[in-house]
Write a protein that binds this ligand. Structure first.
Ligand SMILES: CC(C)(COP(=O)(O)OP(=O)(O)OC[C@H]1O[C@@H](n2cnc3c(N)ncnc32)[C@H](O)[C@@H]1OP(=O)(O)O)[C@@H](O)C(=O)NCCC(=O)NCCS
Length: 153
């Protein structure tokens, strides 16, 4: 569960945007943003999300899942508001929930964003070692998702 930490942006581009833990009333806005990019969030509790808001409007959302490893499951920013620093704010809100030296993983088709925000790319072969669903996936050999990892500071 994401604690109700609030990040307030003051830099150009993200001025006025805040990031907080998601509330039940944010679910439909989160679903709309995630579905824009075909990201599936069906089984994830709302309490695992953070949202970026400008006033009442949800401009982005991200969620973290804790299983065998801790993983950024999904992150998305409204198409009209990308490249303004909102994705970075969402990641900071997630990592602020983790203790020093925790490893945070992601499987993603957007490796450049994660590299720019401090993640390091791992060999694709680790997918099947880390995740059971990858190990049992019949499309693993054709999978285009990169694996990256961040050690939380
Ligand atoms: C990936 C995503 C969440 C990034 O959000 P964003 O608000 O645009 O990212 P930011 O503005 O915070 O960018 C942070 C850094 O990453 C870089 N970056 C962001 N998207 C990038 C991309 N697609 N390719 C290369 N670099 C990228 C930015 O230039 C910035 O670098 P800088 O700080 O050195 O200038 C957003 O582009 C998105 O919603 N993409 C579609 C959904 C998706 O692919 N999600 C990831 C898979 S779950």
């Amino acid at each position: 569960m994401i604690e109700n930490v609030v990040l307030q942006a003051v830099t150009d581009g993200t001025e006025g945007i805040i990031v907080r833990g998601a509330l039940s009333q944010d679910r439909s806005a989160i679903e709309v943003i995630m579905s824009t990019y075909f990201l599936d969030i069906e089984d994830i509790p709302i309490s695992d999300f953070v949202v970026a808001l400008l006033g009442q409007r949800v401009l982005g959302a991200a969620c973290m899942c804790k299983g065998k490893v801790i993983e950024v499951h999904s992150i998305a920013v409204h198409p009209n508001h990308r490249k303004k620093g909102i994705g970075r704010m969402l990641l900071e809100a997630l990592t602020s929930q983790l203790t020093h030296n925790t490893l945070l993983y992601t499987r993603t088709t957007a490796p450049m964003f994660f590299e720019r925000t401090g993640f390091q790319k791992l060999e694709a072969s680790v997918k099947s070692e880390i995740w059971d669903d990858c190990a049992s996936c019949d499309k693993l050999n054709a999978c285009t998702q990169s694996v990256l990892c961040l050690k939380v500071r």
